[in-house]
Design a protein around this ligand. Structure first.
Ligand code: BES
Ligand code: ZN
Ligand code: ZN
Length: 503
């Protein structure tokens, strides 16, 4: 989809479908929309009244213009009530409205769509970015394996910013919206691909493409190198699988002096069968998405070279399958992680924390970052605790956690902090090793996994995002279809953008 910015008034926009956002509970429309209504002889207000259009989020109403304005059709979309509590606008309302409207315009067969959203406390940059994110994410599809593809597609999406003083900001918003949405779709594509395609080798190849395109440094380590580095926990998970594991280390270095250094780690289990502690058929069905954290790392690194933040960013993925076989890790085995801690394998299905343990220990030792963040489809327990709409956050550093939650809020991604309650560490005790990978006590499965991983962070400020519930959706969402969501990509981009000025 091509993107454009025009400083034209909505009533003058030449387009197949003109999208106009309307807030709920507003008597008189803003001047730009009133002008369209006037030009149409009051048709907009008449149709809105007869259809009981109230401006509810996502509510749609459309009219043919009969040639009275350059646009063929007008699609009015609800933004919900104006929010002023926090003194700033509601970017998520704009994203969702743009998503719903552009999706509908596409289904109506429009090739060109122009969007006008009334001013609402967002800057022109924020508003334009939200429109573009909504339009691109809302019309995302994964169709490569379908013989019959949906032929309808919007060719050009135009953001209307009638106020010339806002044009430069809006242009930057369009640029950022494109990069952020593209990165999210890189992640979605990888997660939607089946596990017979996305193997650790495939992830390494994809990392190679991203590195080449963006001029990034890439190091990929194989089984033997990882074993030599002492990654016994990671290599133990990989030992049952015929697909060779790949440890992926991407580095983005700014051209000037780096203000700070951040490590971003993603769980990269390309298929989680559970290992010898085999999952049930139902539990295994969707386990191709167990690399959603890794996919988010690759999406992020697709964007970084286009954004050029003054921060050094390292992306780390300990990619492997988790399979049962004659060579697979046994329950009761003991492995030694890179930081020297020994781990008794209480359950081979708690494999993510084992691979992440070594990735975090590697980051702390070889990258020496100011802070690290991991994303992982780690526990079924987080789905019980927070459902499919909210990711769990655990952190060893309150400042890092607060900045991450603020970035998530701005991106419209729901996240909620869970406490790393020290007393629950008791449950991870083993009689014959430093740690067990599962708890002997009931409950708090997500927190226990977080406490386990904290043991491998060497005191580096760290945050962990458990995305087991949010990485994949079984129903259509406001910003995308069924399937992979690309969750955490835009939160991380916002986090890194906001962290640019910090030391
Ligand atoms: N990949 C799963 C977690 C998961 C569950 C992701 C559901 C997405 C949806 C993880 O490796 C796992 O199997 N966790 C176990 C841990 C248990 C054995 C301690 C779990 O959550 O049941
Ligand atoms: Zn598992
Ligand atoms: Zn897993």
């Amino acid at each position: 989809m091509d993107l454009a910015l025009e400083t034209r008034k909505p009533a003058e926009a030449r387009t197949d479908v003109l999208v106009l956002g309307r807030h709920a509970g507003e008597g008189r429309p803003p001047a730009e929309i009133a002008a369209v209504d006037r030009a149409l002889g009051g048709l907009l207000s008449k149709v809105s009244a007869s259809e009981k259009f109230e401006g509810k989020p996502g509510q749609l109403s459309y009219v043919h213009t009969g040639g009275k304005i350059p646009a063929d059709r007008v699609l009015v979309v609800g933004l919900g009530p104006r929010k002023r509590e926090r003194g700033r606008g509601d970017a998520e309302a704009v994203r969702r409205a743009a998503s719903a409207a552009v999706r509908r315009a596409r289904d109506l067969g429009a090739a060109t769509v122009a969007v006008f959203m009334p001013s609402d406390g967002l800057s022109p940059r924020e508003r334009a970015q939200a429109i573009v994110e909504g339009g691109l994410l809302g019309t995302y599809r994964f169709e490569k394996y379908l013989k019959e593809k949906n032929g309808k597609a919007v060719r050009t999406l135009t953001v209307l910013e009638p106020d010339r003083r806002g044009a430069a900001g809006a242009r930057e918003g369009v640029r950022l919206g494109r990069i952020w949405a593209d990165a999210t779709c890189v992640t979605r594509d990888l997660v939607n691909e089946p596990a017979n395609v996305v193997t650790p080798t495939f992830l390494a190849r994809r990392a190679g493409e991203i590195a080449r395109a963006g001029g990034l440094k890439l190091r990929v380590m194989d089984r033997a190198e990882c074993a030599k580095l002492g990654m016994g926990a990671y290599v133990g998970v990989a030992q049952g699988s015929e697909e060779p594991p790949k440890f992926i280390h991407l580095t983005y270095t700014p051209s000037g002096r780096a203000r700070r250094r951040v490590a971003i780690v993603g769980k990269g289990i390309t298929f989680d069968s559970g290992g010898l502690d085999l999952k049930t058929a139902d539990g295994m069905l969707r386990m191709k998405d167990d690399m959603a954290g890794a996919a988010a790392v690759l999406g992020l690194f697709d964007a970084l070279p286009r954004l050029k933040p003054p921060i050094e960013v390292h992306g780390l993925i300990a990619a492997t399958e988790n399979m049962p076989s004659g060579t697979a890790q046994r329950p009761g085995d003991i492995v030694r992680a890179m930081n020297g801690l020994t781990i008794e394998i209480g359950n081979t299905d708690a494999e993510g924390r084992l691979t992440l343990a070594d990735a975090l220990a590697y980051a702390a030792k070889h990258v020496e970052p100011d802070e690290m963040i991991d994303m992982a489809t780690l526990t079924g327990a987080v789905v019980i605790a927070l459902g499919q709409g909210i990711s769990g956050v655990m952190a060893s550093d309150d400042g890092l956690c607060a900045r991450l939650l603020a970035a998530a809020d701005a991106a419209g991604e729901r996240m909620w902090r869970l406490p790393l309650h020290d007393e629950y560490k008791e449950g991870l005790k083993s009689d014959i090793a430093d740690l067990n990978n599962i708890s002997s006590q009931r409950g708090a499965g997500s927190i226990v996994a977080g406490l386990f991983m904290r043991e491998f962070t060497s005191g580096v400020p760290w945050a962990h995002l458990d995305i087991a519930g949010t990485a994949f959706t079984e129903r259509e969402l406001p910003l995308g279809p069924k399937g992979a969501t690309g969750v955490t990509v835009r939160t991380l981009l916002g986090y890194l953008a906001a962290t640019e000025g910090r030391r």
